[in-house]
Write a protein of this length. Structure first.
Length: 335
């Protein structure tokens, strides 16, 4: 039983600190985990990789929390203005509820509900007095904008570390770009008397534009918003980087490996009869082998992924079509 849970927790992860701690924890107690979502921009397909990972944790009987990190969104060089936090939080919560296909809805927490308490603020000061500026900058470097570093961007990782304690979790879930912050948390929380947590890091979905360009809410054409129309989904997938027989930086095959197969278990990709007809695929390893040997063509996977996303994102798309005034208030980047 423990081995089954451990396999669910670790599958498709890029790094986990540490597996030994996980084995001990699974034997001792029921676990809690959280993923933080800074409400800086539109929810997109890149976010679905880590969000869907939470369903694995739920299957392993872990209580899951999604932190809607409103204060963090402003601290990150005002990617979200203070006056826009409420509507961005409302959007992010609804989009997350509808886009993932939850079997069990996770708990949602709002950052400001506990991050403005006296104890939390005192702990910020405690960590600030022992964190060197260069360490704070290093921790934040892959997450915050850092174009002209602000004091707030150094506070960002301090607060993310403290969130583990104040949400009373055992595991923090993040993308690989969060690694510096997660390692900062492991090192620094014990220095102010709190226990070290486990850190789970998921691979990042490559940009639709291919290597050299990060998938980002702020870079057009690199991602697909979960509210995108059917036409937009097909257009972006059809134009996406997807070199024949190559997995390097391939967002379409990566999406199947990291998002589709973990959710579906088995998929069927249609091919022309002269190329073998419909093929059943049961694992990322099988998907990668078939693609690299040329048994599955870019056209095949693009058609499959387009149809899959159109179907899976239908609930969130239809909700925001009926509530388009919210997207209007949020601005064009959310379209």
């Amino acid at each position: 039983m423990r081995e089954e849970k451990e396999e669910l927790i670790l599958r498709n992860t890029k790094e986990f600190f540490t597996k030994e701690e996980l084995k001990e924890a699974l034997d001792r107690r029921n676990l809690r985990a959280y993923l933080g979502r800074a409400i800086t921009g539109p929810l997109h397909i890149g976010h679905l990789v880590s969000l869907s990972k939470l369903k694995d944790l739920q299957k392993a009987d872990i209580h899951v929390i999604i932190l809607l990190a409103d204060i963090h969104a402003a601290l990150d060089d005002l990617k979200a203005k203070w006056e826009d936090l409420d509507i961005r939080l409302e959007y992010t919560k609804k989009a997350t509820e509808l886009a993932v296909g939850w079997e069990k809805m996770p708990e949602f927490a709002r950052g400001r509900d506990f991050q403005l308490t006296r104890d939390y603020e005192m702990d910020i000061f405690k960590l600030a007095t022992i964190t060197k500026v260069k360490e704070g900058l290093h921790a934040a470097s892959e997450v915050t904008r850092m174009s002209d570093p602000k004091v707030s961007e150094v506070i960002y990782p301090i607060m993310q570390a403290l969130d583990e304690e104040y949400l009373n979790v055992d595991i923090q879930v993040g993308g690989l770009d969060q690694r510096h912050i997660l390692m900062y948390a492991r090192e620094y929380l014990p220095k102010i008397g709190y226990r070290r947590r486990m850190e789970l890091m998921m691979p990042l979905l490559p940009s639709l534009k291919g290597p050299g360009v990060k998938m980002s809410s702020s870079i057009p054409g690199t991602k697909i918003p979960v509210t995108a129309s059917e036409e937009t989904i097909r257009k972006l997938i059809n134009s996406a980087y997807c070199p024949e027989k190559s997995l390097e930086g391939n967002p379409i095959v990566s999406l199947i490996d990291l998002y589709v197969l973990p959710n579906e278990g088995t998929i069927k990709i249609d091919r022309e009869e002269k190329f073998g007809g419909t093929i059943e695929i049961k694992s990322p390893e099988e998907m990668d082998r078939l693609y690299t040997e040329g048994s599955v063509h870019p056209k095949d996977v693009k058609e499959y992924v387009s149809s899959y996303l159109i179907r899976k994102l239908k609930p969130v798309r239809e909700y925001f079509e009926s509530n388009s005034d919210m997207l209007d208030k949020l601005g064009p980047e959310f379209r």
